[in-house]
Design a protein around this ligand. Structure first.
Ligand code: RIB
Length: 298
């Protein structure tokens, strides 16, 4: 039977405004372009993993509204199992307002239905978690639910990857139950400062640093994966692409450094296009990119 990834996390519709000038408080400016694009760290990572060829099942909530229904149809087209993504009437589909300027972004997320992914809901899907091989988590749903999901996955001996974004203080049990924790540089600094036992946390860290590459901790050893140089259009979702691709490589039993190289390549390709999910590469694209760039990155 094919191995399966379950992603429990957020589903947002991204409302993206591209502008040359980012307004100051109280200021109005004229932007250039506006797009409505599927996003949310959970769904982004699910799509990234599916594009890399994995069987992916998503657990999350959308509103019973136009964005929610559009999103469900879209996820189905990406071959993602959405049996456990229900539209709820008591909350709206999560929204991310994204201002994109000079290839960088600032984001405000209004979680809506994502906040209704409760620990009880997660617990009711214990069988679903038990039936998958790897659980991929982020922090755009309540942290108690993330913690519960990781605990269930570990009970059944499943691998757990936690992308601790956006930053929150992590309960000790969540750190214990995660096999890999994948913050960006900024989140890593906050995380390491927030725990009493930073040595145990450090052993699980894969720190993504954008154009500065990836720092990998293999037990006591620290090593580095360079980034791949590309023309950056939009960095939104690059970390999510990394996480989805990394999860697939780990699921396939690739050594951690190779998994990071594949994931770094996927992340690099993703920033060459606008939108979190529009730039996510297929497996064939990643393999082609890696063979073209042989020798480009250590
Ligand atoms: O990581 C990028 C994502 O963060 C966006 O798609 C947005 O929805 C926010 O959740």
């Amino acid at each position: 039977m094919a191995k399966k990834i379950t992603v429990i996390g957020s589903i947002n519709m991204d409302l993206v405004t591209q502008t040359d000038i980012v307004p100051n408080r109280g200021e109005t400016v004229l932007g250039n372009q506006f797009f409505t694009i599927p996003g949310g760290k959970g769904a982004n990572q699910a799509v990234a993993a599916a594009k890399m060829g994995a069987e992916v099942s998503m657990i999350g909530l959308v509103g019973d509204d136009a964005f929610g229904h559009e999103y469900l149809g879209y996820l189905r087209k990406q071959q993602i199992d959405v049996r456990n993504v229900k539209p709820v009437t008591h909350g709206k589909t999560g929204i991310a307002t994204i201002v994109l300027s000079e290839g960088d972004n600032s984001i405000i997320v209004v979680p809506g239905a994502n906040n209704m992914v409760t620990p009880e809901l997660v617990e009711s899907l214990e069988k679903e978690i038990a039936a998958s091989d790897l659980l991929l988590l982020q922090l755009e749903i309540p942290i108690e639910s993330v913690e519960r999901a990781a605990r269930i996955a570990k009970k059944y001996g499943k691998q757990v990857i936690l992308n601790p974004a956006p930053f929150q203080h992590l309960p000790e049990t969540l750190i214990e139950n995660a096999d890999y924790i994948t913050p960006n540089e900024y989140e890593a600094e906050l995380l390491l400062a927030s725990v009493s036992d930073s040595a145990s946390l450090r052993k699980k860290l894969i720190i993504t640093k954008g154009s500065k590459g990836v720092t990998i901790y293999e037990g006591e050893q620290e090593c580095h994966q360079d980034s791949f140089k590309v023309e950056t259009v939009d960095t939104t979702g690059a970390g999510d692409t990394f996480n989805g691709a990394f999860a697939v490589a780990i699921l396939e039993g690739k050594p951690i450094r190779e998994a990071c190289k594949i994931a770094a390549a996927a992340g690099a390709i993703s920033v060459t296009k606008l939108g979190a999910q529009s730039g996510m590469p297929t497996r064939t694209e990643v393999e082609g990119f890696l063979s073209d760039r042989k020798g480009d990155s250590a």
